[in-house]
Design a protein around this ligand. Structure first.
Ligand code: NAD
Ligand code: UFG
Length: 338
């Protein structure tokens, strides 16, 4: 029995592959390397002592995806990370996002159906809740998105739901991630964004490492305890572990289920700056600037459903997330390099 991990050389995928291997599971990675590097496989091997099978395949290439299922008939479940994820880029290039994320997922589902593989864990996002009416956010809250990236997540959720109606023997687990940060404790794998980071933690680690001069804090007039935006930051290793719990549940329960994967705690931008400074002893230069269009005041999960049905709960707090991000940055000042 093996797990096919699409997007397995990416940030969350690589951490999940490590957890899968350490749990004794066989892994096959499919990735087109459009946002990751093959050397991640060396790093996974360094941590686990095992090198997962890897096929450089684009999900848009249906024949290529079919070939992977044919080559590895032991695949009995899929964790589907592969997709494009930058909100701003999705506004500028909507066709690219709809085609890559949706057509790619349809191809994957076609190939699964043909191969008789009926279990899939899908990477969704808290972005499907848009601006929530209240926090903490429960899975039954209204769904609405504000950008093409979020639309692709919502559409894929709907496609997977329709598939479970047509094929009642499929098991689909939709994991709605909150804000994944941190890195593996070894410092060998972590987040390696191209160019100037959009997200808070990668930006802070670049400022801490002297690669960028100053963090811009996007607004201090939000309706939060210190005026800066509040999010539910979750350690990527905790998030990775949720996928193993979801796979185990999918082996037992048919149909579709949705889970919030967050800690249930909200921290502001300034809370994170303070936690990073405390964890590392490095002062983070910052300035307050205008709000970033599309940002919301507060977003944090009610993770009770994941605890009850998946038996999963986050273990790590923000200091540990900051320590691990800092170690990754220190050991790899240029990420995975060229
Ligand atoms: P990532 O970019 O590091 O990993 C995604 C991987 O998918 C990359 O390795 C990329 O090369 C690959 N890929 C993209 N399109 C592909 C295609 N057509 N065929 C084959 N491979 C393809 O991103 P990540 O942060 O690890 O995110 C993983 C998943 O989780 C994504 O679906 C993302 O939307 C979702 N998610 C991420 C966050 C976050 O903040 N990181 C939050 C919520 C949801
Ligand atoms: N922020 C700054 N300065 C920065 C970057 C971010 O002040 O340079 C602030 C933002 O305004 C926000 C908070 O830090 O208040 C977090 O911002 P991120 O960009 O790190 O994360 P978001 O919550 O905006 O978005 C993330 C993912 C999206 C996903 C969303 C919901 O990037 O893909 O979580 O899951 F859709």
């Amino acid at each position: 029995m093996a797990v096919l991990v699409t997007g397995g050389t990416g940030f969350i995928g690589s951490h999940t592959v490590v957890e899968l291997i350490e749990d004794g599971r066989e892994v096959v990675i499919l990735d087109n390397l459009c946002n990751s590097k093959e050397c991640v496989l060396d790093r996974i091997e360094k941590i686990t002592g095992k090198r997962p099978a890897f096929r450089k395949v684009d999900l848009l290439d249906l024949e290529g995806v079919r070939a992977v299922f044919r080559e590895f008939p032991q695949i009995d479940s899929v964790i589907h990370f592969a997709g494009l994820k930058a909100v701003g880029e999705s506004v500028a290039k909507p066709m690219l996002y709809y085609h890559n994320n949706i057509t790619g997922t349809l191809n994957l589902c076609h190939a699964m159906e043909e191969a008789g593989v009926k279990r899939i864990v899908f990477s969704s996002s808290a972005t499907v809740y848009g601006k929530p009416d209240s926090v903490p956010i429960r899975e039954d809250f209204p769904l609405r998105t504000t950008n093409p990236y979020g639309e692709t997540k919502l559409m894929i959720e709907r496609i997977l739901s329709d598939i479970t109606v047509a094929y009642p023997d499929w098991s689909v687990s939709v994991l709605r991630y909150f804000n994944p940060i941190g890195a593996h404790v070894s410092g060998h794998i972590g987040e390696d964004p191209k160019g100037i980071p959009n997200n808070l933690l990668p930006y802070i680690t670049k400022v801490a490492g002297g690669k960028l001069p100053c963090l811009s804090v996007y607004g201090n007039d939000y309706n939060t305890h210190d005026g800066t935006g509040v999010r539910d930051y979750i350690h990527v290793v905790d998030l990775a572990k949720a996928h193993l719990c979801a796979l185990d549940r999918a082996a037992k329960v048919k149909g579709i289920e949705h889970f919030n994967i967050g800690t249930g705690n909200g921290y502001s931008v300034l809370d994170i700056v303070a936690a990073y400074e405390k964890a590392t002893g490095i002062k983070i230069n910052y300035k307050i600037v205008d709000r970033r269009p599309g940002d919301i005041d507060e977003c944090y999960a009610d993770p009770a459903k994941a605890k009850e049905l998946l038996g999963w709960e986050a273990q790590y707090g923000i200091e540990r997330m900051c320590e691990d991000s800092a170690r990754w940055q220190k050991q790899n000042p240029d990420g995975y390099g060229e």
